[in-house]
Write a protein that binds this ligand. Structure first.
Ligand code: CS2
Ligand code: MN
Length: 356
């Protein structure tokens, strides 16, 4: 496996490449052209400039998170082919720049959803949390204001202000899109991009829905093992794969993550590893990566990856805000660096135990 950290780019991230370079075992970053909008074709020169900046700092671009998908593609709007052509142009240019891993999601309207971005834990750290009872009382039109207030001045990933500003129009676009329709549109998109992925050997890695159930009445299609297997089968190409995000899939405690890992052997191209603490059904908060701080068995998760021969890219996912750090919620340096050290330790123990 290749250990990486997510980096949003100069001007968008409080963490620097120089800091990431000093986290033991981290050799690459997962990044994006954060200023682009869903539906845009990325320019090769912008991709190459980003690549140069990362490489000048002694790191590599291990993959892109995300190349976001325009809502016309998700809703099957008559305009969708134009946006898929742009997506293909972006993939070609990334392929030309030798970047071969793309994380993206197919969630309607909202990317991840949380009810609080700074819940205080007993040790004084703060974390992102979700409580369905609170979400049920929120008008989705107020979600943006609620999250922005707690974003420490950063633009949140997937919550592009220009897009979210047109929330009423967005909800209207999805009015007739149920789960089946969304799935059909997803398959249509994948079938159109696969020839380009084959040509450049690009691995597409869909991110699971977060949380793993419908929110605000919007359909969700990547929520658990059966649905994941359904989409892997629908487009049965090794380049059509999964981002195994433990925090997103694990939001539903019924999802047995080691079992999902074993069932998707060979199709997991990217792993987001983080821990959650479940308080009650539909009520969870993020935790430190260490198993004992949350509800998940991180050893069992890493072991399933190890045992299935996972050799893809991995990153610690959201961390807690600790030691007074101010950053984009979930994306500070300190707790994610602790996460890297811990996950690297589990991996070293797994591989040395195996070899002896
Ligand atoms: C990420 C997602 O910060 C997060 O929660 O895991 O925003 C993820 O980057 C997207 O869903 C992938 O497109
Ligand atoms: Mn994730």
């Amino acid at each position: 496996m290749q250990m990486t950290m997510r980096w949003f780019g100069t001007g968008y991230d409080s963490v620097t490449l120089q800091q990431i370079r000093q986290v033991p075992g981290v050799t690459g970053v997962i990044t994006t052209l954060y200023g682009t909008r869903p539906g845009e074709a990325w320019e090769l020169k912008d991709i190459l400039a980003l690549k140069k900046e990362v490489e000048d700092a002694g790191l590599k671009i291990a993959g892109i998170e995300s190349v976001n998908i325009h809502d016309a593609i998700k809703t099957g709007h008559p305009d969708r082919d134009k946006y898929i052509d742009n997506y293909i142009a972006t993939l070609e240019r990334l392929g030309q720049a030798d970047i071969r891993l793309i994380c993206y999601n197919f969630m309607p309207v909202f990317d991840w959803t949380r009810s609080d971005l700074a819940k205080v834990r007993p040790d004084g750290s703060t974390v992102l949390s979700y409580n369905q009872k609170i979400i049920d009382q929120i008008d989705p039109n107020n979600m943006r204001a609620l999250l922005e207030k707690q974003a420490n001045g950063f633009v949140l990933p997937g919550w592009e202000p220009e897009r979210i500003a047109k929330l009423k129009e967005l909800f209207a676009m999805y009015q007739d899109v149920d789960e089946d329709k969304l799935f059909e549109n997803f398959v249509y998109f994948l079938q159109r991009i696969m020839p380009t992925c084959d040509k450049y050997r690009i691995d597409m890695a869909i991110h699971p829905d977060d949380p793993a159930w419908p929110v605000f009445g919007l359909p969700r299609i990547i929520t658990g093992k059966e649905k994941i297997q359904r989409f892997l089968k629908a487009v049965d190409n090794p380049h059509n794969g999964l981002t195994l995000c433990t925090g997103s899939l694990g939001s539903n405690p019924k999802n047995d993550i080691p079992d999902v890992i074993r069932a998707c052997k060979g199709r997991i191209h990217f792993a987001h590893i983080r821990n959650l603490k479940h308080n009650a059904p539909g009520d969870f908060e993020e935790a430190a990566h260490l198993s004992s701080d949350g509800s998940m068995d991180m050893f069992a998760i890493m072991k399933a990856l190890y045992d299935t021969g996972f050799d893809g890219v991995i990153r610690p996912d959201h961390g807690r805000a600790i030691w007074g750090e101010v950053s984009m919620p979930g994306y500070g340096l300190y707790d994610r660096a602790l996460g890297c050290a811990y996950l690297n330790g589990l991996w070293e123990a797994l591989s040395k135990t195996d070899k002896r």
